[in-house]
Design a binder for this molecule. Structure first.
Ligand SMILES: *[C@@H]1O[C@H](CO)[C@@H](O)[C@H](O)[C@H]1NC(C)=O
Ligand SMILES: *[C@@H]1O[C@H](CO)[C@@H](O)[C@H](O)[C@H]1NC(C)=O
Ligand SMILES: *[C@@H]1O[C@H](CO)[C@@H](O)[C@H](O)[C@H]1NC(C)=O
Ligand SMILES: *[C@@H]1O[C@H](CO)[C@@H](O)[C@H](O)[C@H]1NC(C)=O
Ligand SMILES: *[C@@H]1O[C@H](CO)[C@@H](O)[C@H](O)[C@H]1NC(C)=O
Ligand SMILES: *[C@@H]1O[C@H](CO)[C@@H](O)[C@H](O)[C@H]1NC(C)=O
Length: 211
């Protein structure tokens, strides 16, 4: 019962871990999300390489500003009506969940026109796993016999690693979408009895009738 749930959880965590936990990018760096960035946001964006599952973090004054996720036409026009998503509260995380361009503007059209808007282009997902970016020294500590972290010991939950579980934690945005885990309800499924019950015919006389 619960062993099953733990096993499913372990698999989910493993998928999360191997499916490359993204990095965080503070939009605009130290200056944050502002109408007067030290460096134009799109220059900043071009200096970086964004991949799926990376996360943008917008920091701004929550009382007077916000972040809108829009399409290109709304980006071009600084049109703040009907955004795909509105992030508020002063610190907003946005996970780049697909490759291609993403458009962000300030919720204040004036600020948008002043330069508070951003295009982030997320690189296409590669088929091959990441080619080990610049880890100068392979970990010399573990003795060669011990394989790394002993995956999926499903029995006792003391193993479950606290990997990057809930990314967003957007400050005040009531809009932040749930990360859609879509686990198939492992816990308490009273719905699926084993289909073939097949009472054992061998024992004579002791055929306990099902309650
Ligand atoms: C902004 O976009 C809406 C549709 O979302 C459109 O109806 C409206 O005319 C646009 N406003 C401007 C100024 O383009
Ligand atoms: C952009 O989004 C607005 C509102 O969501 C919509 O009205 C408009 O048709 C969209 N434009 C394009 C080119 O998709
Ligand atoms: C883990 O399993 C051992 C026996 O296999 C049991 O004694 C122990 O209480 C379990 N711990 C937890 C947290 O379930
Ligand atoms: C958002 O933040 C404001 C103050 O920053 C607070 O008053 C309000 O309750 C918060 N709303 C939510 C949904 O957290
Ligand atoms: C499973 O559901 C039953 C009622 O359907 C409940 O009494 C029991 O506490 C639940 N167990 C777990 C582990 O959720
Ligand atoms: C099962 O029990 C019945 C009577 O109780 C008997 O007639 C029959 O031979 C038994 N069969 C076996 C396989 O023991």
């Amino acid at each position: 019962m619960t062993g099953m749930a733990v096993a499913l959880l372990a698999v989910a965590l493993l998928l999360l871990a191997t499916g490359c936990a993204g990095r965080d990018f503070i939009v605009g760096g130290r200056g944050g999300w502002t109408a007067n960035p030290a460096e134009p946001f799109n220059h900043w964006a071009e200096r970086n390489r964004f991949q799926v599952n990376d996360r943008l973090v917008f920091r701004y004054k929550g009382q007077e500003d916000s972040v809108l996720v829009v399409n290109q036409s709304h980006y071009d026009a600084c049109n703040t009506s009907d955004p795909f998503m509105r992030l508020g509260g002063g610190e907003s995380g946005f996970v780049l969940s697909y490759s291609g361009p993403h458009f962000f503007i300030s919720g204040d059209a004036g600020r948008c026109h002043a330069g508070e808007r951003l295009i982030v282009v997320v690189l296409a997902v590669r088929a091959t796993p990441s080619p080990a970016p610049s880890k100068p020294s392979p970990p010399p500590k573990s003795s060669p016999s011990s394989p790394p972290p002993a995956p999926a010991a499903a029995g006792n939950s003391s193993t479950s690693p606290p990997q990057a579980l809930a990314p967003p934690a957007a400050g005040n945005s009531s809009t932040s979408p749930p990360p859609a885990p879509a686990l198939p309800a492992a816990g308490n499924s009273s719905t699926s009895p084993p289909p073939e019950l097949a009472p054992p015919p061998v024992t004579n006389g002791t055929v306990a009738p099902p309650p």
